[in-house]
Design a binder for this molecule. Structure first.
Ligand code: IVH
Length: 670
């Protein structure tokens, strides 16, 4: 026996959880933090598992999925789920309206206009307010029973929010996957090495037709209601818009974009307004549905074959079309990333003619198995770059050719490399490659590199676009006449810029190395390299093994450096820079891994009078020592300044030598 109190508690929890999940999933406007919701959910789960008699089919705990089925059973729809006729232009919408007006004998007609969701049609059956069965559309008369899967869709009410629900209600609507959930799902699939979905619609379909409802539960699906099928024990209102309002009151999600419009002008205006918003909606739509708003008139108009005469779908341009791959070549990005691009037979998709689509990277080409000559499905949604989403492998002919990643950059001829574990191949001609020119100049001039004031994005654009500068060395050849001639460049700023360029001729080796823009070489690594090698030629001549002897330089960084200097194009630009008078004082090479303090462990604490902690660390490391964070038996020296705390005490306890600044200097100079 379950006590009254426990049953009442479970009832209250269910009601609260239903309310908050409605706020969250349907209204997108939660009232409580997720943790609070989770707490209530767990409490209900515990009550139910301790008292199985409490469990009801409409309990929110029943959304998590259950044991896999061996197949779906068939469900007869109580009212058929019909299709819609399509209109592809204004003339077809106008003709539809004329037919309705003539049949009705009215001057103008009121319509309910809704988004046409690009998902899967489903029918939900509620008996006395409780969700008992859900099915796919199937052939319109018989669908598949996907009740267990639909239970896991949080936006679908398991119970109608009413004290007096209809005895029987079929709710018609669409299951969708939102863009963000689609992207997340595909990311997850990719990282598991599993197949990705071509579009949100396929992802929704694949998720809904899972025999294992736990998989469906792990996918984020949502739902919008757009109508009713069979209704018993509820008096239908007069207008279709009231049906949507009623559904909303019962806590079904209804598109907030739905509107009542008048006549052809109203319909076309709605079509345009929603079309402008199409790309920013969180889910895919493929058109608009207009339905006669007067339900009596709907009945009178009736159906022709399998489509209603009282409704029509007005379609937007498709966002996915099929075309042929004429070639696959590559594009070089600003940072040298090399992206395979499919050159396509022109195809009208997403409102524009598309002739190129990105294939992202080499692995993606292999994974999708796209070949030159293949027929492919191309998608362009919103401002997103058109993308090849799938290949019609059955249409492949024997002359289809595989893509081969070029060994040389198509823009500058430098070597193309792909680092281990990296998806992207890159051009190594960073200083020389026209595709990377602007990026290279901006980085070269940046504050922590050569620090050329006034050489920002706009000026770089102008210098490059006017053909005045092809690589960083040419900056030093610029004359006042040419610079002052640039648009919006006053004489004064031109001479300031030239002075700044001139000033940058004297620099440090570390800045110069950083300025080269070698992949994986940041400021700190550039400093380590300068200190370790002392001069540029030693660095240029170092092989990967020698490079790896530098502090913090591992195989990947060493490889990037070797590849950069291995590229003759880059070495030529460096020669030109030196010839242009860029210079620095050589540092005394200090081997950073073998020195007289090699193997000694230091801990720094407190403030030193004349040295920052960072400087002290650098000097210790330059002498081969290492600096660690905490004092232990393995510590060789503790360097203590003023306000040294527990580390000093610990050192004294362990009998570890303690040095002040002078002591450290003496040790370093030994
Ligand atoms: S009303 C009798 N409204 O479009 C009218 N259908 O071609 C029944 N669809 O598979 C449909 N959004 O799933 C209606 N707002 C909307 C819709 C919509 C999408 C789908 C529906 C059906 C197809 C009909």
């Amino acid at each position: 026996m379950v006590s009254q109190d426990i049953a009442e508690r479970a009832r209250i929890l269910r009601e609260q959880i239903n309310h908050h999940s409605y706020r969250y999933y349907v209204l997108d406007n939660p009232e409580i933090p997720d943790a609070e919701y989770d707490r209530m959910f767990r409490e209900l789960q515990e009550l139910e598992s301790a008292n199985p008699g409490l469990l009801t089919p409409d309990s929110p705990t029943q959304r998590v999925g259950g044991l896999p089925l061996s197949g779906f059973s068939q469900v007869q729809h109580r009212k058929p789920m019909l299709s819609l006729n399509n209109a592809f232009d204004e003339a077809e919408v106008t003709a539809f309206d004329r037919r309705v007006r003539e049949a009705a004998g009215q001057d103008y007609i009121e319509y309910e206009a809704d988004p046409k969701f690009d998902g899967l049609a489903i029918s939900l059956v509620y008996e006395n307010g409780v969700f008992i069965q859900g099915a796919t559309r199937g052939d319109g008369y018989t669908g598949e029973d996907v009740t267990l899967n639909l239970r896991t869709v949080a936006a679908i009410p398991l119970r109608i929010a009413s004290d007096n629900p209809p005895a029987l209600l079929e709710v018609r609507g669409e299951v969708l996957m939102q863009h963000k959930d689609f992207e997340a799902l595909n990311d997850a699939q990719r990282s598991k090495g599993e197949k990705t979905f071509a579009n949100p619609r396929n992802a929704a379909a694949g998720s809904l037709r899972q025999l294992d409802s736990r998989i469906t539960a792990s996918r984020k699906l949502t739902f919008f209601a757009y109508g009713m099928g069979e209704v018993q024990g509820f008096k239908l209102p007069e207008k279709f818009s009231d049906i949507l309002d009623q559904l909303k009151q019962w806590h079904f999600p209804v598109a907030e974009q739905s509107e009542v419009v008048k006549g052809v002008d109203g319909m076309l205006g709605y079509f345009m307004r929603l079309g402008n918003k199409r790309d920013s909606l969180p889910f895919d739509i493929d058109g608009v549905v207009y339905k006669v708003n007067d339900l009596k008139l709907q009945d009178e108009l009736g159906f022709v074959s399998r489509a209603p005469r009282f409704a029509i779908a007005h379609k937007y341009p498709a966002q996915e079309e099929i075309t042929q791959v004429l070639d696959i070549d590559v594009q070089v990005g600003r940072t040298g990333a090399i992206t395979p691009v499919a050159r396509l037979a022109p195809v009208f998709v997403g409102g524009v003619t598309v002739t190129n689509a990105t294939l992202h990277n080499e692995d993606e080409v292999r994974r999708k198995d796209v070949r030159i000559g293949d027929w492919v499905s191309v998608r362009r949604a919103g401002d997103v770059i058109p993308e090849v989403v799938s290949v019609m492998h059955e249409r492949r002919t024997s002359d289809a050719r595989e893509f081969v990643m070029p060994k040389a950059c198509p823009v500058c001829g430098s070597h193309v490399v792909r680092e281990e574990g990296e998806a992207v191949a890159r051009c190594t001609g960073g200083l020389y490659c026209p595709a990377q020119r602007k990026q290279a100049l901006l980085h070269f001039a940046s504050r922590r590199a050569m620090d050329i004031e006034g050489l920002g994005e706009k000026v770089v654009d102008q210098l490059v676009d006017n053909g005045l500068v092809h690589n960083p060395a040419e900056l030093y050849k610029l004359g006042l006449g040419k610079v002052a001639n640039l648009e919006r460049m006053a004489e004064k700023s031109a001479s300031n810029l030239l002075a700044a360029i001139d000033k940058s001729r004297s620099t440090t080796l570390a800045r110069f190395i950083f300025a080269l823009g070698i992949r994986n070489v940041g400021e700190a690594t550039a400093r380590d390299l300068a200190r370790h090698f002392g001069n540029l030629d030693a660095l240029i001549g170092a092989d990967e093994e020698a490079l790896m002897r530098v502090t913090d330089v591992g195989p990947i960084v060493a490889q990037s450096i070797a590849q950069f200097f291995g590229e003759s194009h880059n070495r030529e630009v460096i020669e030109q820079l030196r010839a242009a008078g860029v210079q620095w004082a050589d540092e005394t090479a200090r081997s950073s891994k073998i020195g007289h303090l090699s193997g000694k462990a230091f801990v720094l604490t407190g403030t030193l009078p004349n040295m920052t902690r960072e400087e002290a660390k650098e000097r210790i490391e330059a002498a081969g020592g290492k600096v660690t964070g905490s004092v232990s038996k393995k510590t060789d020296y503790v360097v203590a300044g003023t306000e040294a705390g527990s580390k000093l005490t610990k050192a004294q306890e362990l009998g570890i030598p303690v040095l002040d600044e002078e002591g450290l200097n003496n040790l370093l100079d030994q």
